[in-house]
Design a protein around this ligand. Structure first.
Ligand code: ADP
Ligand code: MG
Ligand code: ZN
Length: 489
């Protein structure tokens, strides 16, 4: 038994996701990422005295939608609170958040991990505003820090889990599953590079069989799956080593250094802020109409896990394929439309997963911007079935569709790519290849079956891939067998 087997790891996440509303949480400033610094600000989101915040209803709707998708109860009565702390990116000196009466509570998310369905309970989901951003690089002479308030007051939801996750890898899968759900709901773009989706991870270890939770550390602000994994694996090992050597884990906040693969202390419990929460006096409490909640519930789309299972059942796809194809709602929509149109889900899945996704990845393009319509891809698959083009030619056609958005019929016409299925023409080509390649022919006649592959390849080469491979195979085999029986008689 390894040392690690003596312990159980316990993890809980606090996930922050920016909501993709057009305007901020309490004012009408834009939320778009990447604008010139401090061009999307106003007296409200920069905390000028005397201004009054007004809650963005769309943000509330998105938060409720996310909470329903994660099986939460929606509070009938909820309110906002001030979380007071000083930081240069926080112009008001406090963040408007929710403290004791969050918008939603008591939910769960089911997700797949190691071929099993696992459940992580959601303790609460609340709505809050984001802070601004300090800029240390790319401006000034490098000795100053600047502040950009464009992000100040962009709406966020914070999703707090129960400590139900049992390994770093499982925590990462859960973190991915929640991202997929939010993307399916279209309530957040979850762009991790832009910081729209990030988490704090809490981790402790305890002797196996123990009911009591161990002392935890919290690793702040990770915005990549790699960072979460690196941080948690390092912490798990570090804490076990401390306990094994008879020490005590100190409850503290730590930061991850992904490059070095370690975490470092940031602040200890003694230094933890007292946020002096109190109810936000400038906002009325939120009373949420039940009918509105039900209305929102009716807009929930099929979620990734359900869709994955349905793809396996309805289209007979292997689990792996179903997973890849449902990793984005738009990719899943695309595949489904193509599968229905061409009537061959397996072929559609293969073309989408390997060739089309290959092209998309190579060019860094999202499926939504793809010039190949599902109709055109389905038509191309149909043309292969009709024997009009070979699979090899189809790849060429797909490349061209990808570049130009033209239909496969148009491309085949323009480039003269129609498959050669003329028996007479193919028969002549086979004769020529047999005459020009005596050695492989001899090998075949001596019983080396595989030599036929080379001969067929030569015919394909002569026709630049346009010969119908099935026909060439038949004709070549017939001719060689004739030669063989002549030789034997
Ligand atoms: P805080 O109020 O300090 O943020 P909470 O009790 O609200 O602490 O917990 C925050 C997160 O930490 C939750 O996701 C929770 O599941 C997780 N958590 C709490 N205690 C532990 C522990 N001992 N080990 C691992 N995770 C924990
Ligand atoms: Mg915390
Ligand atoms: Zn504003």
């Amino acid at each position: 038994m390894s040392v690690k087997d003596k312990y159980e790891t316990v993890i809980g996440l606090e996930i922050h996701a920016e909501l993709s509303t057009k305007s901020k949480l309490f004012c009408s400033c834009k939320t778009e990422f990447g604008a010139e610094p401090n061009t999307q600000i106003c007296p409200i989101c920069t905390g000028m005295p005397g201004v009054l915040p007004v809650l963005n209803k769309k943000a509330l709707e998105y938060a409720i939608k996310a909470a329903l998708a994660m099986n939460c109860k929606i509070a009938e009565f909820s309110k906002f609170d001030r979380k007071n702390y000083f930081y240069p990116d926080l112009p008001k000196g406090y963040q408007i958040s929710q403290y004791d009466l969050p918008l939603a509570y008591d939910g769960y998310v089911d997700f797949e991990f190691n071929g099993q369905i696992r459940r992580c309970r959601i303790r609460r989901i609340h709505l809050e505003e984001d802070a601004g951003k300090l800029v240390h690089e790319g401006v000034g002479d490098g000795s100053q820090s600047y502040v950009d308030f464009n992000r100040a007051s962009v709406p966020l939801i914070e999703i707090v889990t129960e400590p139900d996750l049992r390994s770093p890898a499982e925590a990462v899968e859960f973190f991915k599953a929640v991202k997929e759900i939010l993307e399916y709901l279209e309530v957040s773009d979850c762009n991790m590079e832009e910081g729209s989706y990030r988490c704090d991870a809490n981790i402790s270890v305890r002797p196996k069989g123990s009911e009591e939770l161990g002392t935890r550390t919290e690793i702040k602000n990770q915005n990549s799956f790699k960072a979460v994994l690196v941080a948690l694996e390092y912490e798990e090992k570090r804490q076990i080593e401390i306990l094994e050597s008879g020490g005590k884990v100190v409850q503290e906040t730590r930061l991850v250094d992904v490059e070095r693969g370690i975490t470092l202390p940031m602040r200890q419990k003694e230094e933890v802020h007292d946020y002096r929460y109190f109810p936000e006096p400038d906002l009325v409490p939120v009373v949420i109409d039940r009918e509105w909640v039900e209305e929102i519930r009716r807009t929930l789309p099929e979620l990734p896990l359900q869709r994955r299972r349905r793809f396996m059942e309805e289209y007979g796809l292997p689990e792996y394929d179903a997973r890849v194809l449902t990793s984005s709602r738009y990719l899943a929509d695309y595949f489904e439309e193509c599968a229905k149109l061409c009537g061959d889900p397996k072929a559609a899945s293969n073309w989408v997963m390997t060739d089309l996704m290959g092209l998309l990845n190579r060019e860094g393009i999202d499926i939504r911007e793809c010039k190949v319509t599902p109709q055109n891809l389905a038509r191309m698959i149909g043309m292969i079935k009709e024997g009009k083009i070979s699979t090899r030619i189809a790849k060429e056609v797909l490349d061209e569709m990808f570049k130009t958005g033209k239909s496969p019929d148009e491309i085949v016409q323009e480039k003269g790519l129609v498959q050669i299925s003329d028996e007479k023409a193919l028969s002549e080509l086979c004769d020529r290849v047999i005459a020009e390649n005596p050695d492989p022919v001899k090998q075949y006649l001596k019983g080396k079956e595989k030599a036929i592959g080379f001969l067929i390849g030569q015919v394909m080469k002569l026709t630049r891939g346009k010969a119908n491979p099935r026909l060439v195979n038949q004709i070549m085999r017939r001719k060689l067998e004739e030669l063989k029986s002549k030789g034997e008689s």
